[in-house]
Design a protein around this ligand. Structure first.
Ligand code: FE2
Ligand code: FE2
Length: 194
């Protein structure tokens, strides 16, 4: 059986800091609102939003250990910044903790940090909700928020991804190898360019 929203919320309480818990609640609300706006499953979006940072507060050594133990893909960038593994490790741990959780929710959690070359509507909604939840005040986020009223979901996630890449580049942080592939796939989906 899939956990109810209340069960998922209760399980989070013992894992996340106060701050992370407030973020999880806000992403759940935002994801559910986006799902309604784009005509997709609001309960799935709410659960994905609530659970997406299952491993956000997990110590870095533990993330690396879990990823190794589970045979997950670990790149050099992940080794330098193990926090980047919190999506895939969180997804794997959630599937164990809640065997009834729908695979599409587990998958949305898995790809919430980097996106993927074949993002489902739920993947897109979670990615955007994580970026635009009300407490996020980063530069460029307001533009993404405003676009919700008019943009298609494919356009919206492309706009959000562009903001994220420019943030990484401006901060002179390394780009993950996956990021370029995801960007190309998003642009192609929107513009039809190869
Ligand atoms: Fe996250
Ligand atoms: Fe998050």
């Amino acid at each position: 059986m899939e956990p109810t929203v209340a069960e998922a919320r209760a399980a989070l309480g013992s894992r996340l800091s106060h701050r992370s818990l407030a973020h999880a609640d806000a992403v759940a609300e935002t994801a559910a609102a986006l799902a309604e706006r784009y005509g997709t499953d609001a309960l799935a979006a709410r659960l994905a939003g609530l659970l997406h940072d299952w491993c956000k507060d997990t110590p870095h050594e533990e993330l690396l250990e879990e990823a190794t133990r589970r045979g997950l893909d670990i790149t050099a960038v992940d080794r330098a910044r193990p926090y980047l593994l919190h999506g895939p490790v969180g997804a794997a741990m959630l599937a164990d903790a809640f065997p009834g959780l729908r695979p599409e929710i587990v998958r949305a959690v898995e790809v919430h940090t980097f996106g993927a070359t074949d993002m489902s509507d739920l993947d897109r909604i979670l990615y955007v909700a994580d970026m635009i939840e009300p407490a996020r005040a980063h530069r460029g986020v307001a533009k993404v928020r405003e676009a919700v009223a008019t943009a298609t979901l494919a356009e919206l996630v492309t706009l959000a991804y562009a903001r994220s890449i420019s943030h990484i580049v401006k901060g002179r942080r390394p780009l993950h190898s996956r990021t370029l592939d995801v960007w190309n796939s998003l642009v192609q989906a929107v513009d039809g360019r190869p």
